[in-house]
Design a protein around this ligand. Structure first.
Ligand SMILES: [Zn+2]
Length: 155
């Protein structure tokens, strides 16, 4: 999935969580949620984030949609972050999960449960960067704008 699709989905997740759950530091939570969403794809040199030269060494070590695309790895980093700031860690984990969830809609899928279950999980047929993804992106964007309007502007 493209960077922008991951972002709009994570914003949606953020809006819903902040609306319905008591988040101690919503801003820190939100920043780390978005950071995690962006972070996962640094394992790909074709992704918006992974294109940056300083992520190259990471791509020499791990393959795209490998360890970085596993819940276990996300949890590990989140726990380390949570040791410094708990809401930052929680936000990071939520962002991580939202990224992996979206990638499961792609045909190629991801090994979300590696190393416990070493097969790719895919419950979709979306091709990264294809027309279906464009449609999903626009729908999510409109939904976000509508929720911001109803929940924040009108309240
Ligand atoms: Zn990804």
């Amino acid at each position: 999935m493209l960077f922008r699709t991951h972002i709009v989905f994570s914003v949606l997740v953020y809006l819903i969580i902040v609306r319905y759950l008591a988040i101690g530091s919503p801003i820190v939570f939100g920043i780390f949620l978005i950071l995690a969403t962006m972070f996962v794809d640094i394992d790909s040199r074709n992704s918006k984030m992974g294109k940056r030269f300083y992520f190259r060494p990471i791509q020499w070590i791990v393959k795209h949609r490998g360890i970085f695309h596993s819940l276990l790895f996300g949890l590990l980093i989140s726990v380390i972050i949570a040791a410094v700031h708990s809401w930052a860690g929680v936000g990071f984990f939520v962002g991580y999960v939202s990224h992996l969830f979206m990638d499961c809609f792609t045909r190629s899928g991801v090994k979300v449960f590696w190393p416990v279950y070493n097969k790719k999980i895919s419950f979709g047929w979306v091709r990264s960067g294809g027309v279906a993804e464009d449609v999903i992106f626009v729908l999510l964007l409109l939904l976000n704008l509508w929720l911001v309007w109803v929940w924040i502007v009108l309240s």
